[in-house]
Ligand binder design. Sequence first.
Ligand SMILES: [Zn+2]
Length: 242
Amino acid sequence: MLPRSTLARAQKHLMAFNLSTRAQTRLIRTALLALVCFVAAFVWLNVRRNSGNDAPLPTPIASPSVYATPLASPPPAPAAQSSTPLNQPAPASSGNETSLLIPVAGVRPDQLQDTYTDARSEGRVHDAIDIPAARNTPVLACADGTIVKLFQSARGGTTIYQLDPDNKTVYYYAHLDHYADGLTENHFARRGEVIGYVGDTGNAGAGNYHLHFSISIVSDPKHFYDGTNIDPYPLLRRGNTP
Ligand SMILES: [Zn+2]
């Protein structure tokens, strides 16, 4: 049996303990509430800050990789371009440096006519495109490439053979009035460079000023004159390379 005084003391202790735990619980609850509020405010602020910075952040990371390889690889998708060139003057502002340029200054894609399958004398097929223009309109290199031959031919008149750096694609320009000043074989002509002028030489017919332009694929770049022709029309319309 414990003495009365000890019991009373124990009771007092218990009450004090009860009081202090209740106070503690209240304190913990308050602290927890404050913590929840703090976390909520922190998260809200972060979300707001991130959504504000969203747009500018990804772009600077993406663009350097786009600029890193423009010369090595051909443009990815022609789909986006097809709508734009139609309303633009072709040579000056066609934009894409690897696309095929219409080789006569000032001619728009919508002015082109597909004459590839037209019949020619002796059962031949045209296999080229004729682009009418005034006499001495500048003829432009449709792409980068080496001038492999300046040739006077009976049918083509004053002509140019240009070999693409792929060593397979040959661009042929015919019926020229004359060559650009100083143009020589082995010269590497840049896309858009003036290489000659529209004329009616060869079998064009007097006064029938136009550029006869063809594209062929050769198996041996030394035999630049002996390739398989492909239709330049859809390529020039879309501004694509072969
Ligand atoms: Zn022709």
